[in-house]
Every structure is written in structure tokens, then in C-alpha cells.
Design a binder for this molecule. Structure first.
Ligand SMILES: Nc1ncnc2c1ncn2[C@@H]1O[C@H](COP(=O)(O)OP(=O)(O)OP(=O)(O)O)[C@@H](O)[C@H]1O
Ligand SMILES: [Mg+2]
Length: 361
């Protein structure tokens, strides 16, 4: 496990990133809890591992747990362990992460939504270095350095009462805040080259021929909401799709889901819109009705909104005719041409919808 973490080297030379690395080196040897905050994909896990490997505990256990992946009971038992018979299915005694990480470091990822009961137990473990297994009464001593990470604004959650303020105080002896990719513009190409070379190596290429100017522009102009992880994916995909060691990477596809055949998620039209259709009788009814038709054509229309197919279709026809009449200054011959109908067909529709009377009036 430790080998995997050691091989992941942190790449970057922007000031904001180098400042973080300095902070990490400074704080790593201290036996204090650390909080890492950063948007998704900014490298929180790598920083946590670096904190461990630069500490005196580097040759001891480094255990991690994603707190968001488990429900309250499982999380409690994974962290603190349980005694045999503590709950249905607990046939054997189970040692939790705090017990197994004794002497080492425990990294708790995605800490923000940890349930209150677990927060309470965490507080106690930090404060007194002891806890009880689930279903047990004996206090167990442990010496674990805690590193936590989140992409949420914990002080705000604490203000809103969704995270214990006293736990936050104790966890945040110091806080490392990772800069997002958009604040590390000068690292984009450095990271891109790094990921591209690794990918080329993985594909068995003898060399990597770099990026074309257009590809560089695309990479530099994008805002990278998914940060380093997204950049890594985009670059690796581009290298493997180019699939030629001797040609610079030219095509960068930022969105792998982009395809003319992509099945669309239906977007729910607001209910009042569908109901408003029959009521619209002015000439500006067309945009609404047209929206419905365009939406229907592009698969975006929520068909559960169609309460009366016939009325909806008729309303569309009426609004279309009214728009065409207005556009041709109420000249019926021109209106028919606009709608690609014969004059008699148009008259038929106008009669059906009692539009002739309003014309004569
Ligand atoms: N400075 C860096 N140098 C090299 N690779 C990096 C760097 N930062 C992040 N990465 C890579 O980017 C990916 C995302 O990093 P990581 O998993 O640590 O992000 P995270 O902040 O934990 O994201 P999330 O909040 O989504 O869990 C990983 O593949 C990691 O190896
Ligand atoms: Mg993570």
C-alpha cells in the first residue's frame, strides 16, 4: 500500500502550489490533527499521504477511510471496531481503523457529512486518545495522528449546526487549503506533459511528441471544474486516442460524453407551462407552443405534461396560423404560402378554428 502512495509524486511549480508544499513539509513532523480542504480533484489524497510519509510515523500504518461511503452504523464500526454480538451479523470481534492505525496515521476523507454520533466519538478520541468498540464497555487507548479532508466549507457547516464546532476546532490545528486548477494556470501544461508521458509509457510508446498549439490552447483556456483529476483524464484520453508516438496530440476532447447519439435526460417542463398553452390566444403564443414542439422533437419534452394531446396540437396550429397571418399583414394568400399550405387548406383551418370571423371583424 505504502509503495503506491510513494510513487505518486506531486507535480506543480506555481507559487500557490509550492506554498502548499512548504506548508506540508513544515507541518508534517508535528503530531497534530490536520484538515485538508479543496475542491474535488485538487489532490487532497496525495497531500494527506505526503503528510504521513514526511512525518516520524512514515514507517507505521497509514490507513484511510472515506466517511461518505458508509452509513452511520457501519462507519462507527469501521472506525472504532465492534465486539462479537454487538449487532446482528457481528459474529466476531472487529478491530476498527483507530485500533489498527495505532502508532501511525489515519486519513478520514469526506468528513463533512459524518453523523453526529461519530463526530462525538471522534471528539473524544482526539481529546483523550481513547474510545470504546461498538457494543463494548472497555476504553481502548490509541495513538493515532488524524488527517481529515473535505471539499465542503466546514466553518459554514459548523455555523449552521451541521458540524460540531468543538470538533472542528480540534481537527483544525492547521488547515491546508489546496488551490483549484484555475488558480494554477502555469501548472496546466506541466501537469499535462506529466500525465501524457506516463500514459505514453503505459501504451508502450518510445516517446511522446508533445501537444500541438491548438491542443495547448484548448488545455490552457479551459476552466477545469474537476481540477487535476479532470485534466489527467482529458490528457490520458487524448494520448490514447491519438495512438501515435510520433504525432503531437492535436485533438483534445474535454467532454467524453459528447456524441450526437447521446441519450438525453428528459428535462421536466414546469407544470404551469403546459397548462398555459391552451389559454394563450395572442400572437405571442407561438414561442411557447414552438418550445413544446422543439422540446418534443429533441427528446427533451416531458410527455407526462401532456394532459390533452388534441388541445395541445390545436393550440399549436392556431398559434402558428396567427403568427403567419401577422407576418404577412393578414394577407391570406401570403399566409398560406408561408405555411406551405394551399389557399383552400388555410381557409379550411381558419374556418375550423373560427379565425375567419376575427379576420372579418
Ligand atoms: N499535484 C499533482 N501532481 C500529480 N498528480 C496529481 C496532483 N494533484 C492531483 N493529482 C492526481 O489527480 C487525481 C485526483 O487527486 P485526489 O484524488 O488526491 O483529489 P481529491 O482532492 O481527493 O479529489 P476528491 O475531492 O474528488 O476526492 C489523482 O489521480 C491524483 O493522482
Ligand atoms: Mg478524494
Amino acid at each position: 500500500m505504502s509503495i503506491k502512495f510513494k510513487q505518486d509524486n506531486l507535480v506543480g511549480q506555481s507559487n500557490s502550489f509550492l506554498n502548499v508544499l512548504d506548508q506540508v513539509s513544515q507541518i508534517a513532523p508535528l503530531d497534530k490533527p490536520i484538515l485538508i480542504i479543496g475542491e474535488r480533484g485538487t489532490g487532497k489524497e496525495l497531500i494527506a499521504a505526503r503528510l504521513h510519509f514526511l512525518s516520524q510515523r512514515w514507517d507505521q500504518q497509514y490507513l484511510t477511510l472515506n466517511c461518505a461511503s458508509l452509513n452511520e452504523n457501519l462507519l462507527e464500526s469501521e472506525l472504532f471496531g465492534h465486539e462479537a454480538g454487538a449487532f446482528t451479523g457481528a459474529s466476531k470481534r472487529h478491530e476498527g481503523r483507530f485500533e489498527r492505525a495505532h502508532g501511525g496515521t489515519l486519513f478520514l476523507d469526506e468528513l463533512a457529512n459524518t453523523p453526529g454520533l461519530v463526530q462525538e466519538k471522534l471528539l473524544r478520541v482526539i481529546e483523550y486518545g481513547e474510545f470504546e468498540r461498538v457494543g463494548g464497555s472497555r476504553s481502548i487507548k490509541t495513538d493515532v495522528r488524524l488527517i481529515c479532508a473535505t471539499n465542503e466549507d466546514l466553518p459554514v457547516l459548523a455555523e449552521q449546526g451541521e458540524f460540531r464546532a468543538d470538533l472542528l476546532d480540534r481537527l483544525a490545528f492547521d488547515v491546508i487549503t489546496l488551490p483549484p486548477m484555475r488558480e494554477r494556470q502555469e501548472d496546466i501544461m506541466v501537469l499535462a506533459e506529466h500525465f501524457a508521458i506516463n500514459m505514453a509509457r503505459e501504451l508502450g510508446f518510445e516517446l511522446f511528441s508533445g501537444f500541438s498549439e491548438k491542443a495547448k490552447r484548448t488545455l490552457l483556456d479551459y476552466h477545469w471544474p474537476g481540477n487535476v483529476r479532470e485534466l489527467k483524464n482529458v490528457v490520458e484520453r487524448s494520448v490514447y486516442r491519438t495512438n501515435n508516438a510520433y504525432v503531437p496530440v492535436h485533438d483534445i476532447q474535454l467532454d467524453p460524453f459528447e456524441s450526437p447519439y447521446r441519450p438525453r435526460q428528459r428535462i421536466k417542463a414546469p407544470r404551469q407551462q403546459a397548462q398555459a398553452l391552451p389559454a394563450q390566444d395572442s400572437t405571442n403564443a407561438l414561442p411557447v407552443a414552438t418550445t413544446a414542439v422543439v422540446a418534443a422533437k429533441s427528446n427533451l419534452f416531458d410527455f407526462s405534461q401532456v394532459q390533452d394531446f388534441k388541445t395541445l396540437s390545436q393550440d399549436f396550429e392556431v398559434s402558428l396560423i396567427k403568427q403567419a397571418l401577422a407576418a404577412s399583414q393578414y394577407n391570406q394568400k401570403k399566409t398560406a404560402e408561408l405555411l406551405n399550405l394551399t389557399y383552400h387548406q388555410l381557409r379550411g383551418y381558419m374556418k375550423k378554428y373560427q379565425l375567419l370571423e376575427s379576420q372579418q371583424a
